[in-house]
Write a protein that binds this ligand. Structure first.
Ligand SMILES: N[C@@H](CCC[C@H](N)C(=O)O)C(=O)O
Length: 282
């Protein structure tokens, strides 16, 4: 089966996008495992299906490299908005996109007829343990909960942005051995559905640095939901302020996050890299 695809990225968090307004994908889990491979496939952090929706302008489904489906992806949703706008599927500057964690509203920033960046209303941060989910005795919000990984006890702040995150503050995130510690957080029994783990270094009240180990995909160059979770955790820890633009410097670029009383806003770029056709069947 020949599948047309578009390779896109948001701050280096790259996915293979498939237009499901025109193509039907029967086995996205297996497709993601095969074509995300950087040596034997197209290469990417996973795949994203752009589908028709009964309740919104489009529906997004995203699959990690290991084939697991993510409920939300901040970098992918900006790319989905760019795809439908630039390809004249939905030529609107305010879009609604359906995800497994609900409808998201997106304001597109257009230059010369193409979307360059977007602001997404990511919805409220979820802090109740049962809804993240995390396994802890006390069902109230947890800030700096102790978690032991390889004889070292870290303080983790769990936050859901529609998918589970754990945020850890560190003096130097560039010294951390993520390929070793990342999987230990991801599969820790505290997180029954796994976790995306963000490692944060505070530069000042408006700028933070971040590395991420993503559930299902490993270390990626950026994570949109992770940047939102990181800012929420930074506010809860007293490092940053609500209602302020916080610049999150990721390995692959920068996102601007604003945590308000009602929601979390994420602003960032979306880039098309190339298009192609892949012959795949399973
Ligand atoms: N890269 C993403 C998040 C992708 C999903 C995540 N790995 C999960 O399984 O929850 C982002 O930009 O938010």
């Amino acid at each position: 089966m020949m599948i047309p695809f578009t390779k896109m990225h948001g701050c280096g968090n790259d996915y293979i996008y498939i237009n499901c307004f025109e193509n039907k994908i029967e086995n996205p889990e297996a497709l993601s495992k095969d074509i995300s491979n950087r040596h034997f496939g197209i290469g990417g952090d996973g795949i994203v299906l752009i589908c028709p929706s009964d309740v919104a302008d489009a529906k997004m489904r995203m699959f990690n490299i290991d084939g697991s489906e993510g409920k939300m992806c901040g970098n992918a949703i900006r790319c989905v908005a760019k795809y439908v706008y630039d390809n004249d599927i939905v030529r609107k500057e305010t879009l609604h996109i359906e995800t497994l964690s609900g409808l998201k509203k997106i304001e597109l920033h257009i230059e010369n007829g193409k979307m360059k960046s977007a602001t997404v209303d990511m919805g409220q941060a979820i802090l109740e343990p049962f809804n993240i989910p995390i396994v802890v005795k006390d069902q109230t919000m947890q800030v700096n909960y102790p978690i032991t990984i390889e004889d070292h006890t870290y303080s983790i702040t769990p936050v859901s942005m529609g998918n589970p995150h754990g945020v850890i503050f560190s003096d130097d995130i560039h010294l951390l051995d993520l390929p070793t510690i990342g999987p230990k957080f991801e599969h820790h029994p505290m997180f029954p559905e796994g976790v995306n783990t963000e490692f944060i270094q505070i530069e000042n009240r408006n700028v933070i640095q971040m590395r991420v180990w993503e559930r299902g995909s490993g270390e990626t160059l950026a994570c949109g939901t992770g940047a939102c979770a990181a800012v929420v955790a930074s506010v809860l820890n007293g490092y940053c302020d609500k209602n302020t633009d916080i610049h999150v410097k990721l390995i692959g670029g920068e996102l601007i996050i604003r945590y308000t009383a009602d929601t979390v806003y994420m602003t960032g770029p979306a880039t098309t890299v190339f298009t192609g056709l892949i012959d795949w069947s399973k």
